[in-house]
Design a protein around this ligand. Structure first.
Ligand code: ADP
Ligand code: ADP
Length: 230
């Protein structure tokens, strides 16, 4: 993983009275899983999108591995950051396999390696290989989310941003995916920012938990043990 640093990051959407995110500062250590927990509308997704450069901060600085996010070209950024979201965000005109193969394809992996990786990723998220040729609209919401996670992980990026990635997945599969993520993380030590509403999920997955209030104000930032002790 690589360190991510946010310094006084503010986002004010056009027409908004109060900023969605107001002066957010945090150092996300390389190789750690940080979980953001907070009420709906507190700016969690906005913060994730700013790290990913899907939206620009109104002010403030974001660095990824010591480099200003503004200076990393968007293609490079996509290779370094895997992004999985609740709505899965799959490309509707691409099959499951093609969705998973997008970033490996950008990276120019050879066909055999991509094919093997697609199979490996489907297996990782517990989807049978028969799903490879299906289109997103032919999948349930939970299945789409699993493909979204597979796509985010496919090119083995050093950073993973996961915005309620397991929200629509059934409880048993969710438990399996959480276990998979923990196993993966023990091995690969990626830098993960994980957003959830589920406090149990936060405690299970987080090296540290950031409890956020309105405008992404950091109310608590500590290990799960310390937060549970409070
Ligand atoms: P969360 O992920 O914590 O639910 P968001 O980051 O999605 O919060 O939203 C933070 C605030 O910014 C909310 O008040 C939301 O309504 C507002 N917001 C989000 N996206 C936009 C947008 N594109 N334009 C205007 N306001 C937005
Ligand atoms: P293309 O003609 O662009 O190769 P394909 O649909 O054949 O389109 O494949 C897109 C990507 O998805 C390829 O990299 C391929 O390796 C992978 N892929 C397609 N089908 C499968 C499958 N059944 N199992 C594993 N990988 C697959």
């Amino acid at each position: 993983g690589v360190e991510i640093e946010l310094a006084e990051v503010t986002k004010r959407y056009a027409g908004q009275k109060t900023p969605a995110v107001d002066g957010f500062s945090m150092t996300i250590p390389a190789g750690e899983t940080i979980v953001f927990v907070g009420p709906s509308g507190c700016g969690k997704t906005t913060t994730m999108k700013m790290i990913n450069r899907l939206i620009e901060p109104t002010s403030g600085q974001i660095t990824i591995g010591g480099e200003s996010a503004l200076k990393i070209d968007p293609d490079q950024l996509r290779r370094r950051i895997g992004y999985a979201i609740q709505q899965a965000g799959l490309f509707p005109h691409l099959t499951v396999a093609q969705n998973i193969a997008v970033v490996p394809g950008l990276l120019g992996w050879d066909k055999k390696k991509v094919r093997d990786r697609v199979v490996e990723m489907l297996d990782l998220v517990g989807l049978d290989e028969e799903f490879a040729g299906r289109f997103p609209r032919q999948l349930s919401g939970g299945q789409q989310q699993r493909v979204g996670v597979a796509r985010a992980l496919a090119a083995d990026p050093p950073v993973l941003l996961m915005d309620e990635p397991f929200g629509a997945v059934d409880p048993i599969t969710r438990g399996n995916l959480q276990d998979e993520l923990l196993r993966l993380q023990a091995e690969l030590r990626k830098t993960i920012v994980f957003v959830t509403h589920d406090f149990d999920e936060a405690v299970k997955l987080g090296d540290r938990i950031a409890v956020l209030g309105n405008q992404s104000k950091i109310l608590q930032y500590d290990t799960p043990e310390a937060i549970l002790a409070n």
